[in-house]
Write a protein of this length. Structure first.
Length: 158
């Protein structure tokens, strides 16, 4: 019979896997929700999109990451370091704030811009707001962990 503190116990293996998956996928999960809901918001303000507008929408959503990665990696020449998992877990647990703010920005853009522009700029603006606030949430998590005495709170992996 396996002990409950045995790291190879099925329950412990499952918990480790869930912690790894959840921690690794939180930002992606929030972004997926954001772009899906922003699509619905844009559709409700602009009406059903044409095939071209759907491609514009996808382009707008992807360009936000592309541009920010290009800037933050200094032209794709430097690595994009990652915070330690306890920082990411705390920061991304506040995903609700960044997702809702991104949705609000997407709705604002979709409401004020005409068709073609709304379909490319609503997901772009929503994604930029999401990424910026997700970064603020992670920075706040780093500060909180530092105040808790975590001497490794600002360590990053390349």
């Amino acid at each position: 019979m396996e002990k409950s503190d045995d790291k190879n116990a099925p329950a412990n293996t499952l918990v480790r896997a869930m912690r790894s998956t959840t921690g690794r996928e939180s930002t992606t999960f929030g972004f997926s929700i954001l772009v899906t809901v922003t699509y619905g918001l844009t559709n409700s303000t602009q009406g059903p999109p044409t095939v071209s507008e759907i491609f514009l929408y996808g382009t707008g959503a992807v360009l936000s990451f592309t541009l920010l990665e290009g800037v933050l990696s200094r032209g794709f020449r430097h690595p994009m370091p990652q915070h330690r998992t306890e920082i990411l877990a705390l920061g991304t647990s506040l995903n609700l704030v960044s997702v809702l703010a991104g949705m609000a920005m997407g709705l604002l853009v979709a409401t004020v811009l005409p068709d073609g522009f709304a379909w490319i700029l609503a997901p772009f603006a929503a994604s930029v707001v999401y990424l910026l606030l997700e970064s603020v949430e992670t920075a706040g998590a780093e500060l909180l962990q530092r105040r808790r005495g975590n001497a490794e709170a600002d360590e990053m992996t390349p």
